[in-house]
Ligand binder design. Structure first.
Ligand SMILES: NC(=O)c1ccc[n+]([C@@H]2O[C@H](COP(=O)([O-])OP(=O)(O)OC[C@H]3O[C@@H](n4cnc5c(N)ncnc54)[C@H](O)[C@@H]3O)[C@@H](O)[C@H]2O)c1
Length: 431
């Protein structure tokens, strides 16, 4: 009697349980034996209590998940697949900081040494520039494990596309780009990732291709926003509303729809620097990419000066929103913090409200004390809607009249109150 051999069951460890790693680990745990590992014991303890401070996974979903959690590297050996989802920030000179990726690679290499599994695969999901997985992480894994890459263990890369706060394009619905060191490994990863997404798998021919695809997705977005920010500066001088212009131009079938504003966070404002860095190493100065970055990084100062020029000196200003984008609690690389700094340097007194940001983190990261209750705030010289959280979109004219004194200014960076609810006697300004 012959039995068709079924592939061995995969046992998976996800390394780094943040915005990317946790939803991925929960999705994989519906189909596989999954261990979620993070060096942050506090994060692991919170998750064990069912609390995800990133708000990506509901407490109930976490409680019913078979995902096991650990902050102890001793739990890592013996897995068939390791998926690395640790941060890839830039340093204070905007150069890639590969420290977390290197550290995670050492941890996985050590686990491979302890209990080498045949054909073990190490997949990177962290956003990197082309070459990091094979030229930097592979050698670290070899060194720590004493094993040969491409013989004893294999590499893979699968960029992450999740968009925090977006409940439509979730990890189980988006097309997943996947690449493996060999066709067999690619096919195996296709099977694994194919289980968790209904959006299909796109097999990229090489790991470098998959790395490059991710980094240009974000660089493209950054450049397009930079273009709109640049025209906002031009139209500001012309005295016309950029949003009105975009609305008109957007009626053309092939006009690309982007909005002006602050570009912060962990991805769009960071990843282009990764590509530009690699280009520089190769002797190419990435002019468009870096021009886009320069414009977007300069928007906080531009907006601060534009508002300051329209209000009286030493104004009392209320800034609504501190997180890097709407409806998420993520404060990393918030450009609103730069705007607040710019307004304070220009001599204004700035109060800040954000319903989602963690007050301790706001204080610790930016020295910003959050005002707790919006309904107790009133009579500012200017209110700046900096982040279009749902709560701010829902503000009505009476509330706005309470927040801004007669003769004061409403600065609406994302155009959320455009043409609607500006109380009489208040100056309205938008990009
Ligand atoms: N957040 C996003 O929207 C998003 C989207 C697509 C891609 N990415 C990319 O995914 C990667 C992860 O981003 P994120 O937003 O999830 O980061 P995050 O900061 O939310 O989470 C990273 C987690 O990794 C942990 N960690 C750090 N070093 C570690 C190590 N050596 N071993 C184990 N755990 C470690 C941290 O404690 C943290 O919990 C980055 O490369 C990012 O660019 C992020």
């Amino acid at each position: 009697m012959t039995a068709s051999a079924s592939p061995p069951a995969e046992t998976i460890a996800v390394i780094g349980l943040g915005y990317v790693g946790l939803p991925l680990a929960v999705a994989l745990a519906r189909h596989f034996d999954v261990l979620g590992f993070d060096i942050d014991q506090v994060r692991v303890d919170e998750l064990r209590q069912g609390e995800d401070r990133t708000r990506e996974i509901e407490p109930d979903a976490l409680r019913v998940s078979s995902l096991r959690l650990s902050a102890d590297p001793a739990d890592l050996p013996g897995k068939t697949v390791y998926i690395v989802t640790v941060p890839t920030p830039v340093d204070d000179k905007n150069a890639p900081d590969l420290g977390p990726v290197r550290a995670a690679s050492r941890t996985v290499g050590h686990a491979l040494r302890q209990a080498p599994m045949p054909q073990a695969v190490v997949v990177y999901e962290s956003t990197v520039y082309p070459g990091v997985t094979e030229d930097i992480c592979g050698p670290i894994l070899e060194q720590e494990s004493g094993l040969a890459c491409g013989r004893d263990f294999f590499l893979g890369y699968s960029p992450e596309r999740i968009n925090p706060g977006d409940k439509v394009h979730t990890v189980d619905k988006i097309t997943k780009v996947v690449a493996g060191q060999t066709p067999d490994i690619a096919a195996r990863l296709e099977r694994i990732y194919g289980k968790i997404t209904s959006g299909g798998i796109h097999l990229a021919p090489t790991i470098k291709t998959a790395e490059a695809a991710k980094v240009i997705e974000n660089a493209q977005r950054d450049i397009n926003i930079a273009f709109v920010n640049e025209i906002a500066m031009i139209f500001g001088k012309l005295g016309i509303s950029t949003y009105d212009v975009l609305e008109a131009a957007g009626t053309k079938w092939n006009f690309l729809k982007f909005q002006p504003g602050l570009v912060g966070g962990h991805c769009i404002g960071v990843d282009p620097y990764y590509l530009a860095h690699r280009a520089e190493e190769l002797g190419h100065h990435a002019r468009i990419i870096l021009s886009g970055r320069a414009i977007n990084d300069g928007m906080s100062a531009y907006i601060g000066e534009a508002i300051s020029a329209r209000i009286r000196p030493s104004s009392n200003i209320l800034v609504l929103g501190l997180t890097f984008k709407e409806d998420v609690p993520d404060l990393r690389n918030s450009k609103v913090a730069d705007l607040i700094g710019s307004l304070r340097r220009l001599g204004h007194k700035v109060s800040v409200h954000d319903p989602l940001a963690d007050p301790h983190e706001a204080q610790h990261e930016y020295g910003v004390m959050l005002s707790p209750r919006l309904d107790q705030l009133a009579d500012f010289d200017a209110v700046i809607a900096a982040v279009p959280h749902q709560q701010y979109r829902a503000i009505n004219r009476a509330e706005l009249a309470r927040l801004v004194r007669d003769g004061g200014m409403v600065a609406d960076l994302k155009g959320i109150w455009r043409g609607q609810k500006i109380p009489a006697g208040r100056q309205y300004w938008t990009l």
